[in-house]
Design a protein around this ligand. Sequence first.
Ligand code: MG
Length: 384
Amino acid sequence: MPKKIAILGSTGSIGVNTLDIVRNSKNRFKVSGLAAGGNIALLEKQIREFKPKYAALFDEKKTSLLKKRLGRLKVEIFSGIEGLIKVASIPDTKMVVSAIVGAAGLIPTFAALKCGKDIALANKETLVIAGELFMKHSRKKRVRIIPVDSEHSAIFQCINGTTNRKIKKIILTASGGPFLTYPAKQFEKITTRKALNHPNWNMGPKITIDSATLMNKGLEVIEAHWLFGIDENRIDVVIHPESIVHSMVEFIDTSIIAQMGLPDMRVPINYALNYPERVSTNLPTLNLTKTKTLTFSEPDYKKFPCLEYAFHALRIGRTMPAVLNAANEVAVQAFLSGSISFTGIPKIIKKLMRKHQPKKVMKISDIMQADLWARVEAKKLCER
Ligand code: MG
């Protein structure tokens, strides 16, 4: 019997790659539900190809158009946040792939958790803003969380069940993005076109900008902290422009285990979908004799202050990571739409973190409140 999976964020980069894996392993997986933001053309195509029982569109205004386009096709369509929750909670689904971008993924991912689904987690923001709550509930529900983020998939594979006490540190690798060697003086003039041109990975616009500011690595530090229960002083970030070593784990006996491969998201997705089994693929393989050199260096925290802010937010904890994340989401959108400069992104985050009075997180609404506050304040700053 194929394993039934639902995909939240099916029209994004991770969603499309997940469906590519499913397409090539039809005997292993069956898509039970698909959820997307507003890309009805692609969602329609996916529904026709994968024939899920349920689908959801976050953009409620476009739902009737989608229904019309699908005609008499046998699929139940839901909309809005309720629709995403429906797709996250389909009764006979074994695994939910959580691949919505940003804090918007939090509520539906929690819904999947509450229903006891295994979660292939690509939406790092869930752990960034609600890590403590999320991990607590996952233990209570005995839900398996398998990371899809390439670095965390690497760490997960390196740790391979070793107890926390035997781990000395996690070494997260970062490509450094397109501005690694760019002079700091010219950062002010960085255009969106340049920032969207990532050297190694082909991803959506939000995460590509986050990679250029190194905020993506900062968010991944917080993600790693919650996923693996490792304190921030035991998490190192190392710049590795070739993106071959996806991350490493150092153990107490000084042994370091690294996971390597070509930068292709289908590898960690395939691993997460099939976990704990390893399944063969037709994906291109790494030939180290062709790569020849792998280089590593320290990150420049002055040039990329976002990385430092993320460490700082993690140290402070409480609602601070939610504020860091919300401020960043607003600032990245403002940069993409041309209303602030590239260097405006860290400036806005810094201002909001200074202004915020972090509160203890008891429930999701505490996070949503901080998130909303930061969005409103960040928008004001962007409009100035
Ligand atoms: Mg990553």
